[in-house]
Design a protein around this ligand. Structure first.
Ligand code: SF4
Length: 348
């Protein structure tokens, strides 16, 4: 198999051009074709000399995925099933909002954490994705959004959330390489990039040391360790107090307020007593809480609370002084909501 260009930075590509006996600016031209024009074939890089393209083609492929299925929802949210260059299927989601367009990126095929309520985790873990395979998801979502007229012909993805299949901090190097490429090559501001973790404590400390201005979202899903162990068995070695200490450390190193995600599961973690416990756990932390009413998945025993239950939970937290938002249930009808991604060609 050939080597892959996607995932190399402009600096890497300049070095590559020099190694192949070309002027460095040719590397910049390759980067423009990859990241600005979304080029899928080396032969399509019109302003490169034929001899340089032949040298590249002898060793490299661009490495774009093949679109297997586009599942379009009524609210404009769409879920793409992609076959990456190295096989296996991966899902990514595009979400149009009034002023922005968001792409939800997968970082692993499957997930080793195995959360009780999550469709991705139920399928087990296959492999980590490379940075190029992550940036391919953003490029492909932009292509589809333009084709579907959800973005103008010169429009672009404005926000990236690493919240798709997998735990990003368990694939740290590739995820951070993708973050830097998305920032430098796709020109998406660091503050418009969010990494969501299920609470992998060593990864949070490592991210704090990198001092990036991205947004960290930490999924708690329970206000006590016993329940969290049941819902998130793959992270049971990390207690809530350890996760919150790591988040405090993250805030003090980056100055970035942490978002806590809490998936509301009817009759499991959605009582007003649990809201009060969660509020007292988070008291004094500079944070905000995003409530996510569960997106029901076929064959799952978990259910979504009634809207009144969600409101009551929210009220208890707000009365305790916690800033709370509630995630819109986008893409739920096409199984593209949080926790609903899995490699199913016929899903939705
Ligand atoms: S919720 Fe996230 S961490 Fe948990 S199994 Fe699903 S993808 Fe993995």
């Amino acid at each position: 198999m050939k080597k892959i260009l996607l995932g190399m930075s402009t600096a890497d590509l300049k070095l590559l051009a020099a190694e192949l006996g070309e002027k460095e600016f040719r590397g910049k031209q390759v980067a423009d074709w990859l990241y600005r024009h979304g080029c899928r074939e080396i032969s399509g890089m019109a302003n490169l000399p034929v001899a340089f393209k032949s040298k590249l083609e002898a060793v490299y492929e661009i490495g774009r995925s093949q679109l297997q299925k586009n599942n379009m929802g009524k609210d404009g949210t769409f879920k793409l099933l992609l076959r990456p260059y190295y096989g296996e299927l991966v899902e990514t989601v595009g979400m149009p909002y009034d002023e922005r367009f968001s792409c939800c990126v997968s970082t692993q095929i499957g997930c080793p954490v195995g959360c009780a309520f999550c469709a991705t985790g139920s399928g087990g873990f296959k492999r980590n994705l490379a940075a190029g395979e992550m940036i391919d998801q953003v490029l492909t979502v932009a292509e589809v959004a333009i084709k579907e007229k959800l973005l103008a012909p010169d429009g672009r993805v404005s926000h990236v959330v690493f919240m798709g299949m997998g735990e990003p901090l368990l694939n740290y190097e590739a995820t951070l390489a993708a973050v830097r490429l998305i920032n430098h090559e796709l020109k998406i501001g660091m503050r418009n990039i969010t990494i969501s973790t299920i609470g992998y404590v060593p990864g949070i400390y490592r991210l704090a040391a990198d001092r990036l201005q991205l947004t960290l979202a930490v999924s708690l899903h329970a206000a006590d360790d016993a329940l969290r162990r049941k819902l998130v068995p793959g992270m049971s070695r990390y207690l809530l107090k350890d996760i919150l200490s790591a988040c405090q450390h993250y805030y003090s190193h980056t100055g970035r307020r942490v978002t806590f995600e809490y998936c509301l599961l009817k009759g499991v973690n959605d009582s007003q007593a649990e809201a009060a416990s969660l509020a007292s756990l988070l008291k004094g932390l500079n944070c905000h809480v995003n409530l996510i009413p569960f997106n029901e998945v076929l064959h799952s025993n978990f259910r979504c609370p009634e809207p009144a239950g969600v409101m009551a939970f929210r009220r208890v937290m707000e009365e305790a002084g916690i800033t709370v938002t509630q995630r819109e249930q986008r893409g739920a009808g096409i199984q593209a909501g949080c926790g609903q991604l899995r490699r199913q060609p016929g899903s939705g």
